[in-house]
Design a protein. Structure first.
Length: 92
């Protein structure tokens, strides 16, 4: 019930977002990566897509545009697999 696979990814993603808001960019990057890895292995494709999208927004904000674009593309692939064309179309 309380396994890291079920909740750890969500905790990492929330922590990454809080660190990003505090401009602790290196720490945020690490936690985005951890969240993405766990979401990927869990099979929750929509949450994997969300984590990639949020990581992309973070990298874009700190000026790492190429990395941001990579995360946005990964996010789009997840949302496509999930079947949400509208979400794919909303990613910038």
């Amino acid at each position: 019930e309380l396994s890291p696979l079920n909740y750890g990814s969500k905790v990492y993603l929330l922590q990454a977002e809080m660190l990003a808001l505090d401009r602790k960019d290196q720490e945020a990057k690490s936690l985005y990566a951890a969240a993405i890895t766990l979401f990927c292995s869990s099979g929750y494709v929509q949450e994997h897509g969300l984590a990639c999208e949020l990581a992309g927004q973070h990298y874009k904000r700190i000026g790492e545009v190429e990395t941001a674009l990579d995360f946005f593309e990964q996010s789009k692939r997840c949302y496509m697999r999930w079947g949400s064309q509208m979400k794919v179309d909303s990613i910038t």
